[in-house]
Design a protein around this ligand. Structure first.
Ligand code: NI
Length: 137
């Protein structure tokens, strides 16, 4: 058994607005700051998708990186890049697009598109200084 972790990194730019309608405008401004801007604002996201497994006996690969590239592009980047997460992205409808919730939503999108059990980690950075990691339920 040699379990190896393979990571694909992509970048995309998207707008969002953090606003909890159950709370007051003052609470939202205080809690979310610039991310509560009424018309939204943009972030330069960096997404790392890590899959894990044993290298295949024939290919030597855990997962063909061209397959991983295509899946991340189709499921995440093509939908999110230069889009407004709250309004334009199907899998973010009704989700408060904090980095945390966005990472969970990305996990769910990719988990179904990858071989069972292959997805190991999502790391999502909203800025150079802040990132979240999610390993599934
Ligand atoms: Ni923001």
């Amino acid at each position: 058994m040699a379990r190896v972790y393979v990571t694909r990194t992509v970048h995309f730019n998207a707008a969002h607005r953090l606003h909890n309608p159950a709370k007051s405008d003052a609470w939202n401004r205080r809690t979310y700051g610039r991310c509560n801007n009424p018309n939204g604002h943009g972030h330069n996201y960096a997404l790392e998708v890590t899959v894990a497994g044993e290298p295949d006996k024939d290919t030597g690969y855990v997962l063909d990186l061209s397959d991983l590239k295509r899946i991340v592009q189709d499921k995440i980047v093509d939908k999110c890049d230069h889009a407004h997460l709250n309004m334009d992205v199907d899998f973010m409808q009704g989700v408060l697009p904090s980095t945390e919730q966005f990472a969970i939503a990305i996990w769910r999108e990719l988990e179904n598109a990858l071989p069972a059990g292959a997805l190991h980690k999502i790391r999502l950075a909203e800025t150079n200084n802040n990132s979240v990691e999610y390993f599934g339920e």
